[in-house]
Ligand binder design. Structure first.
Ligand code: UD1
Ligand code: MG
Length: 450
């Protein structure tokens, strides 16, 4: 995807977002496990912008840390409105003469295609001064309204607080996104005042000023779900739900079976292969990649893990970061895997913790096996070879190695390496005392009777 001319993106993120009632800056709240601001930066980056500026103010340390050098930073120390915020980016863009697109940090799911469409429209034959991205939400709430003719030529933009009843009845709303040439934008911004209900410098006034002079500004429209703004936790949850619904539909369209789609939760980067079956109430955290023909039964939590073809996971399994399940691996109920590689065909079907380990192909890990990987100070490695059989309720005290084909007896506490093909028994030896139980009961009954 390309833009018609070099462009700069300005992302406004100076307002703290008080309606979130959070110590965390609004644009750092997450959708599908990724901060809103990074959703926007990724979308913009897909168009290879010449410049990127994030305008920060309230909570700037948090925002700058999240930007992590991916964009220039401009500071708006007092939040005097969106137009004022954009002006704060002018110095950072000194000498830049291309197009400028302004995005709002709290409108995070804008698609790169849509930004490209705005820039294309800016370069259409009629060369408008500005292109505004509009939408028609089911409930227009307190969004700013766009007063435009049927060709999309804008007469005026009005904030909800300043709008008349007639203007409020208009269903075309302002997403906040606007594109203009640098040469038009900066002089218009300098003329904007704050004589309005909020006493703020409104960015949409750029359009109203230009339109009043007969210079064409136009609106193009997009779907409401793409540009819903987030001002509260409830709106955050609603957008997350919309994102999840879209992702589930994509997963099914790409060949996955979701037994109860509305209960499956994806992360922004989840990769799902073909003919994958996902049961009810499965949650993916960031960094999960599931290959073709995998079955994930109900109630699994999977994050930072890769699962190879033909594997069967769950129900009730937890795959944590660094879990790598090889081809055809079985990981069953109440099994937790962290930073561990299970080779082709290995099985751990019940009640097990495998952390900081490698398990060779074809090995069987018995119920209740635990890798004791942490001594309170260090993490140590457990290495199980191929075709090994770890008996039920084995504690593998790391660092420790169990060789290929070795067997550990059930209930063993393995503290030393086990050679290939050996049996390791490390538990109290059983002893039987004939008649002892009967004599014991007799004695106890007699003492009770007294
Ligand atoms: C804004 C628009 C409104 C539009 C809506 C879409 C204005 C005046 N209003 O209203 O027309 O329908 O978005 O969601 O533009 N910000 C700053 N500095 C400031 C003020 C805001 O950086 O001084 C940033 C905020 O952090 C936020 C974005 O700009 O990311 C929008 O600000 P917000 O206060 O949420 O504006 P809305 O009331 O939603
Ligand atoms: Mg907003």
């Amino acid at each position: 995807m390309t833009s018609p001319a070099p462009f700069a993106a300005i992302i406004l993120a100076a307002g703290m977002g008080t309606r979130m009632r959070s110590a965390r800056h609004k644009v750092l709240h997450r959708i599908a496990g990724k901060p809103m601001l990074l959703h926007l930066m990724d979308a913009v980056d897909a168009l290879a912008p010449a410049e990127k500026v994030v305008v920060v103010g309230a909570g700037r340390d948090q925002v700058e840390a999240a930007v992590a050098g991916r964009a220039k930073i401009a500071v708006q120390s007092e939040q005097l409105g969106t137009a004022h915020a954009v002006r704060m980016a002018e110095d950072a863009l000194a000498g830049f003469e291309g197009d400028v697109v302004v995005l709002y940090g709290d409108t995070p799911l804008v698609k790169a295609e849509t930004v490209a469409r705005m820039l294309d429209r800016l370069h259409a034959e009629d060369a408008p001064v500005a292109v505004v991205l509009g939408f028609r939400p089911a409930d227009p709430l307190a969004y700013g309204r766009i007063i435009a003719d049927t060709d999309g030529r804008i007469a005026e933009m009005v904030e909800f607080r300043d709008a008349t009843a007639e203007e409020r009845a208009v269903t075309l709303c302002n997403s906040g996104l606007i594109a203009a040439r640098a040469a038009d934008l900066w002089p218009l911004l300098a003329r904007i005042g704050n004589a309005n209900a909020a006493g703020e410098y409104y960015l949409p006034d750029v359009v109203t000023l230009a339109a009043a002079e007969g210079r064409a500004c136009v609106v193009i429209e997009t779907e409401a779900a793409e540009v819903a703004g987030i001002n509260s936790r409830a709106e955050l949850a609603a957008l997350e739900a919309a994102w999840q619904a879209r992702r589930r539909a994509e997963a099914m369209a790409a060949g996955a079976t979701l037994l109860a789609p509305e209960t499956v939760w994806f992360a922004h980067d989840t990769i799902i292969g073909r003919d994958v079956t996902i049961g009810q109430n499965v949650v993916f955290g960031p960094g999960a990649a599931i290959a073709d023909d995998v079955t994930i039964h109900a109630f699994c939590h999977i994050e930072g893990a890769t699962v190879a073809t033909g594997a069967i996971v769950g129900p009730y399994a937890r795959l944590r970061p660094g879990a790598e399940l090889g081809e055809g691996v079985h990981v069953g109920n109440f099994v937790e895997v962290k930073k561990a590689r299970l080779g082709k065909g290995a099985k751990a079907n019940h009640l097990t913790y495998i952390g900081d380990a490698t398990i060779g192909a074809g090995s069987n890990i018995g119920a209740g096996t635990i890798t004791c990987n942490y001594d309170g100070f260090n993490k140590s490695l457990t290495e199980v070879g191929e075709g090994a059989f770890i008996g039920s309720n084995t504690a593998l005290v790391a660092p420790v190695k169990v060789g290929d084909g070795a067997i550990t007896a059930a209930g063993s506490v393995i503290t030393r390496d086990v050679p290939a093909d050996a049996l390791a028994v490390a538990r109290g030896r059983q002893e039987e005392r004939p008649g002892w139980a009967a004599r014991f009961r007799e004695k106890m009954r007699a003492s009770k009777a007294r």
